[in-house]
Design a protein around this ligand. Structure first.
Ligand code: SF4
Length: 267
């Protein structure tokens, strides 16, 4: 199967923050999102996650035995000048870690892209694989942790090690981004320091996560503020229990899109 981004070279582990290949240095060198997306795919800074993403690709799931898993960090997806950014947790082992595109090939993505399509923010309701023709309008989707973690649980160290990638992504999008939606409490907690490092002021005390939570972050340089929204994660655990319904998801996405200056469809 084809993959979405020409992968950068796989590097040595680069677990030392002083190493030029460590995310702290490599992300800062990226002059644009294309360069950033390529650079992140070569990252090997988290030994446990490198091992897991590659082990998953070797063992596979029965339904995907004919797939050549991506098994690398997964970059963001969507236009680089998007005014709205959605932030998840990390790639799914047999979803984005297989297909190489965020929220692609798993039930969480099925729900998310269907909602975006219903709102007129995506041209298709399904996200199957690279090359399926999916396009997003005014929306970019990314994760604070770019490699699939065991049981969807990155460690605090892994989250912090990966932070420079999303910080740089948000810095590069500052001219256009006006709203961010955190899909779940992990994304919310990971985002607050990232947004602070990317040029916005995080309120004190820190705003608490909740579904429908909203916080305004002024720009540190006097530029436009950023609206941050909380939304329960689109995981099967939340949707199967009814904690998150599709109308609830669409309501948050619609509000965030409007505050970003987009014109989403009504239900
Ligand atoms: Fe690199 Fe992030 Fe993957 Fe760690 S989780 S190896 S920092 S891309």
């Amino acid at each position: 199967m084809a993959h979405p981004v020409d992968p950068g070279p796989a590097t040595d582990p680069a677990t030392d923050p002083g190493d030029p290949l460590h995310p702290a240095a490599a992300a800062a060198r990226a002059a644009g999102l294309t360069a950033l997306d390529r650079a992140v795919t070569g990252c090997r800074a988290c030994p446990r996650l490198v091992e897991w993403r590659e082990e998953t690709a070797r063992t596979k799931r029965r339904a995907y035995l004919d797939w050549d898993y991506w098994a690398r960090p997964v970059p963001g997806f969507g236009p680089p000048d998007a005014p709205l950014v959605l932030v998840g947790l990390a790639p799914a082992a047999h979803g984005a870690n297989r297909t190489g595109r965020i929220f692609t090939g798993d039930p969480s993505g099925d729900l998310l892209y269907a909602a975006l399509h219903r709102l007129g923010l995506a041209n298709r309701a399904e996200s199957v694989r690279h090359g399926d023709g999916l396009r997003l309008y005014g929306v970019r989707i990314t994760d604070p942790v770019r490699c699939a973690p065991p049981e969807n649980r990155p460690t605090t160290t892994e989250r912090d090690t990966c932070r420079p990638w999303i910080v740089r992504e948000l810095e590069l999008m500052r001219p256009t981004v006006r709203s961010v939606v955190a899909l779940g409490g992990f994304a919310w907690q990971a985002l607050l320091p990232a947004l602070g490092a990317a040029g916005w002021q995080v309120p004190r005390p820190r705003p608490a996560f909740g579904h429908g939570a909203r916080a305004t972050l002024p720009a540190a340089d006097g530029g436009p503020p950023l609206e941050l929204y909380g939304c329960y994660h689109v995981s099967p655990r939340n949707t199967n229990t009814g904690r998150l319904t599709t109308p609830m998801l669409r309501a948050v996405l619609r509000t965030a899109a409007r505050s970003a200056g987009l014109d989403p469809h009504d239900d």
